[in-house]
Structure formats: C-alpha cells, structure tokens
Design a protein around this ligand. Structure first.
Ligand SMILES: *[C@@H]1O[C@H](CO)[C@@H](O)[C@H](O)[C@H]1NC(C)=O
Ligand SMILES: *[C@@H]1O[C@H](CO)[C@@H](O)[C@H](O)[C@H]1NC(C)=O
Ligand SMILES: *[C@@H]1O[C@H](CO)[C@@H](O)[C@H](O)[C@H]1NC(C)=O
Ligand SMILES: *[C@@H]1O[C@H](CO)[C@@H](O)[C@H](O)[C@H]1NC(C)=O
Length: 581
C-alpha cells in the first residue's frame, strides 16, 4: 500500500510540465489514427494469415512490443488498457481515464508516477480537440464500452455506460460510429402516461422547461436525457445503417454519430446472417476518415476491433481470426490514407485475451499441413455464439443431439457424443477460475469453442481471461519503437506526436478545492445531477453552465468524482465564473 500526499501531487505536476516544455510543443503529424484490436497478441497473426491465405496489412508494420498492465494487476483489463493508450497513465481495474486508487497499487510502482486518485486525466482526444483538430471514435462494441470510453470519458467504473455516453456526447467528438444506441435515449418511463412526452426537459435546464422533440425513441437512460436530440441541436448528422452512412453528404464541418445497433454490433462473420444493415469496421473507418479529413488542422481517430477480445474470452478461433482480419482491413484503409497524407498510424492490442497459440497439446507438431490449419476454419461459417443461437432453444435446453447437429451444420465438424456431453458439463460447471465473477456460468459457446477448437483445429488456448505477456506494435509513418516499452509509453508517444499534453494537464480539469470558488453538488434528482459553482448550475458531465437559464459553453466537461467528493472544471470555466460572480 502507498500513501498519497500533497508533495507527491506537486512533483507529478512539475514532472509533466517540465517534460512538456522540453519536448518544445511541436506537433509532429497532421493526423493520428490509432487502431486497437482488443485482446490479442502474435498468436492470432499466424492463424489469421493461414485462414486468409495472404499477408496481413500489419505484417509490413511490425517490430516492437509493449507490456500491458494496470495499476493493480500485471494483467490489464480494457478500461485501464485504453486509459494507458489514451493518457499515458496507469490506472485501476475498471477505471476510465481517472487516476488509480491507492489501496492496491502494484508494489513495483512509484507513487509519484501515478495520477491523483480518481482525478480525471486529459486524453489524447481531448488534446487534439484543444488543438483545433477533429476527433473520432469507431468501434464494433457499444461506443460506450471500455476502450472507446477511455478516450473521451472520466468515470471510476466502465459499467457506468450511461454516464460515459453523456461525457462522450458533451465532449464534442466529431465522428462516433459503432453500437450502443440504447445508451443514447430515455427509458420508456421518462415519457408521460400518453407515452409521447418525456417528463423533463433534460440536459438543458432544471426540470421546468417544455420538452419538444419529434424523436420519440426509447432506450435505457435513467436520467431521461435524449442525447440524440442534443446531438441534432449541435449540428450532427445521425445515421443507423450502412446505407445511410454511405449516403451521408460530407463537407467541411460535418459531424456524425452513427448507432448501428442498440447494443453491440454483430461479429464480422455473422453480419451476413443477423445484421445485414451494419457496415464493416473498414467501411466505418473509411467514412470516418472522409469526414475528419475535411479539417485542415488535422484529426485524431481511434478505431477498435472490439470483438477480437470477446473471441479470445470464448476461445473461438473463427471469431478471433475473422474479427482480426476485419480490423486489419481497417488498418489497410488507414495506411492507404496515410500514404497520401501526413499521418501517423499506430496500431497495437491493449492486451492479450485467451492466450491463443497456433498449436496445442492435442497434436504432434510435425506433419502439420496447410490444410490442417485452414480447412477446419474454412468449414466454420459463423461464430460460436451464432452456432448456439442456431440450435433454436435457450442454452439451458441444449442437448447432445442439438449441439451435434448445429456444430455439424454450421461448423462442418462431426463431434462425438462424448464431446457434446463434455461441452454440456463444462458449461454447467460454476467456475472460480475462469471468469471474474465466480457465480458466472461458463457460457455454452465458450465451452463449445474451447472443446471443439482443441480437438479439431490447430488453435490452442491458455484461459478464458486476459494474459500478461507482451503484445506487438505496428506503426506506419514513424519507426516502430524498439524493444519492450510500456503500454503507457504509447499514450506518451501519441501525446508527443501532438506536441505534448502538459498545458492541457493543468487546464482542463482543475480541482475546485484548490481554488477559492464555493461549490456544492446536488445528486438528489436522477434527471438533473448538477453542481452549483458560485450559484451557477453546472450539469454534470456536460460542457456548459447556465447563466440565467442560458447556456455558456466551455472547452471541457464538468466531472464529479463521487468517491473523493471532488469537482473538476476547466481553468477557462473558472475564469468565466470569476468574471461573472
Ligand atoms: C402527456 O403528453 C401529452 C402530449 O404532449 C399532453 O397532452 C398530456 O397532457 C401529457 N400528460 C401528462 C400526464 O403529463
Ligand atoms: C426449456 O426447458 C424448460 C424446462 O427445463 C421448458 O419449460 C421450456 O419449455 C423449454 N423451452 C424450449 C424452447 O424448449
Ligand atoms: C446452421 O444450422 C442450422 C440448424 O442446425 C441450419 O438450419 C442452418 O442452415 C445452418 N446454417 C449454415 C450456414 O450452415
Ligand atoms: C459422424 O460421426 C459418426 C460416428 O463416427 C458417424 O456415424 C456419422 O456418419 C458421421 N456423420 C457425418 C455427417 O459424417
């Protein structure tokens, strides 16, 4: 355990501003594209290459590697993993771009290298915005999922996705594409008894005003905020399908928020069966670049192949290779753009998941043919999730016969009765080893892909969780960093490419307790969580405050850290309040 103190905080701030000054604040690239295949390492490369039967885009970009870890474990989760890449700082499991708690930091870490506990850490995306660049986030998960969230939200739990959505919308990201529409819209109870009008005008004022909107869609938001209305009033084009995305008219100043699914998007290989209106990751990336590149000041774009990780958790080799290849195609789109422009492309996993290797204890390593590597995979026409779905009954009603039939038809593998029985028993077992929540059951598709892939494919797996080994780096536009760097070094490289974060570090999130302003927080109404600063209403997670009911726009969002009971607003906000008070 380490104790945080004031002197530590001061030296951390000094260290940052000194490094910032030394690096001379030169922006080195017009554009930065960071691409993350969540949860993989070199193992997926071999398998994906055999499956594709052609080189991968990343093959020409390899060399260095990074050590993924977080403040309280040598194995990182995606929330601190994304935070390391977006901020250059280590944080605690589940934390999104806020400093690590101090109770359980790893013994090898130095207190003075850590960000103040629970305090928001400015991200590379926020830095780019401050430089007048355009910004974008693209993922195949809900856009509020851990990795994209790490670039544009500041909360102490990745599961606070409604709050994350609020931070993302009010952070003014120019292009957002992925799943997660449910987190954008009010829950049905927000509408009055006739089912047409939300009972509050949300996000604008308190709860007095009239709400007027033609948008009557419902989602999951407990605070009744209609974030799509907010986006429309900010001049965004909304889109929901591949066709709408493709048809979107792009001109300077275009902003787009595309929600292709209420929750996550479909796995790449399953899209043809279950989600034909969704675009591929490469198509989203291409459109995002088209929009963002309208800005002469350049752009920062993060693209996540979110489901490579889920395939790793499931031990599903076909999901893993097909989602990895879909991500690699997005890298190709990015590199093709970079070849014509002044663009840095940085690509790297945030950690490994499942421990995929090409080879397992089931087989001798000699005499392994190309066909042995390829053919079982080519026969697998959908993910394990879809194979389970195709049985046509709930998981708990699965039988040996149903499993055998669905695996034979959809994966072209004739498993034995004994193996089908093993799948049922394995999925039925409650686990204290494989999943983070001991009461979780192993999902049937995890059991299925683990047992089938070990017996019938060349893939070997180490766990259903994350791994701590080094993961590869792929760069275009500058030399790949040599040797084994830390995951946090990548956030620093990205920041350095923009000329450093040091000014932003001091200005974007100022702890109000270090100022003379009086403030309080009112969380009594779920629909209107806000702070009062010198009497002005600052709705939490937004980029404005109210002066006599009129919005005054600010350069950053208002962040409240409930654990430490601290409020953070930008230096500019402080100056405006001081001038009005
Ligand atoms: C519900 O909304 C309708 C249409 O806007 C309005 O006429 C009605 O008075 C509202 N009902 C309640 C109970 O607020
Ligand atoms: C699943 O099994 C339960 C009993 O275990 C049964 O009540 C239910 O009808 C079954 N559902 C289907 C779709 O077979
Ligand atoms: C998958 O299996 C289901 C039922 O077992 C079958 O109806 C379907 O045609 C199969 N699909 C493919 C693509 O093999
Ligand atoms: C599957 O294996 C069983 C047992 O070896 C065999 O009887 C059956 O014909 C096989 N089915 C197919 C479609 O190959």
């Amino acid at each position: 355990m380490m104790i945080w103190n004031c002197a530590g905080f001061l030296s951390a701030v000094l260290a940052l501003s000194v490094t910032g000054a030394a690096s001379a604040q030169q922006k080195k690239f017009k554009n930065i594209i960071m691409l993350i295949p969540d949860g993989c390492d070199n193992g997926v490369l071999g398998l994906a290459r055999w499956y594709k039967n052609a080189p991968l885009q990343v093959d020409e970009m390899s060399s260095g590697r990074h050590q993924p870890y977080m403040a309280n474990s040598i194995m990182t989760d995606s929330a601190p993993g994304g935070t390391a890449l977006s901020t250059g700082q280590l944080t605690t499991d589940k934390f999104i771009a806020v400093g690590p708690r101090r109770e359980d930091v790893l013994t090898n870490l130095n207190e003075r290298d850590l960000w103040p506990a629970y305090a928001p850490i400015p991200t590379i995306l926020e830095a780019a915005k401050k430089l007048g660049m355009s910004t974008g986030l693209v993922s195949t998960s809900r856009v509020t999922h851990a990795t994209p969230a790490g670039f544009a939200a500041h909360v102490d739990s990745r599961s606070k996705e409604q709050e994350i959505a609020r931070h993302m919308v009010f952070n003014g990201i120019d292009v957002v594409m992925g799943g997660g529409r449910n987190n954008m819209l009010p829950k049905p109870e927000c509408y009055n008894t006739t089912g047409t009008t939300p009972f509050v005008e949300v996000g604008r004022q308190t709860d007095e005003g009239e709400y007027s909107s033609s948008n009557r869609q419902t989602g999951a938001r407990d605070d009744c905020l209609n974030l799509e209305d907010e986006l429309v009033s900010r001049g965004y084009d909304l889109c929901y399908t591949r066709q709408e995305m493709m048809a979107m008219d792009v001109k300077p100043g275009t902003k787009a928020w595309c929600s292709f699914a209420s929750s996550h998007m479909a796995p790449d290989i399953d899209r043809q069966f279950i989600a034909q209106t969704e675009p591929s990751l490469a198509e989203m990336t291409d459109k995002a670049i088209e929009i963002l590149s309208q800005n002469p000041a350049g752009f920062f774009l993060m693209v996540e192949g979110s489901q490579v990780d889920w395939a790793g958790h499931a031990n599903d080799p076909i999901w893993m290779v097909t989602d990895f290849i879909a991500w690699d195609d997005a890298v190709k789109v990015s590199v093709d753009f970079a070849k014509e422009t002044d663009t840095l492309v940085m690509a790297q996993p945030d950690h490994n998941t499942g421990g995929l290797k090409v080879g397992s204890y089931k087989f001798e390593y000699v005499d392994r043919t190309v066909e042995f590597a390829r053919e079982p995979l080519l026969g697998m026409r959908m993910t394990s999730e879809a194979v389970v779905e195709k049985m046509g009954v709930p998981e708990e009603n699965a039988t040996v016969a149903l499993l055998k039939a669905s695996i034979l038809e959809n994966w072209s593998i004739n498993i034995t009765d004994n193996e089908a029985q093993q799948i049922l028993e394995y999925s039925d077992r409650y686990s204290d080893k494989f999943l983070s929540n001991p009461s979780d059951k192993i999902p049937l598709n995890y059991a299925m892909s683990r047992i089938v892939s070990h017996s019938y494919t060349i893939a070997g797996w180490s766990s259903h969780g994350h791994n701590a080994e080094d993961v590869p780096l792929w760069f275009y536009g500058m030399d790949v960093p040599k040797g084994a760097i830390l995951n946090t070094d990548l956030g620093k490289i990205a920041a350095d490419a923009l000329g450093g974060l040091s000014k932003l570090n001091r200005d974007l999130f100022v702890d109000l307790d270090t100022t003379s302003l009086t403030w309080s927080v009112d969380l009594s109404k779920e629909t209107n969580p806000h702070a009062l600063v010198e009497g002005f209403v600052f709705p939490l997670g937004t980029d404005y405050f109210l002066n006599n009911g009129v919005r005054v726009n600010l350069p950053g969002i208002t962040v409240y850290a409930p654990t430490t009971e601290k409020l953070y607003i930008s230096m500019e906000a402080i100056q405006i309040v001081q001038s009005l008070a």
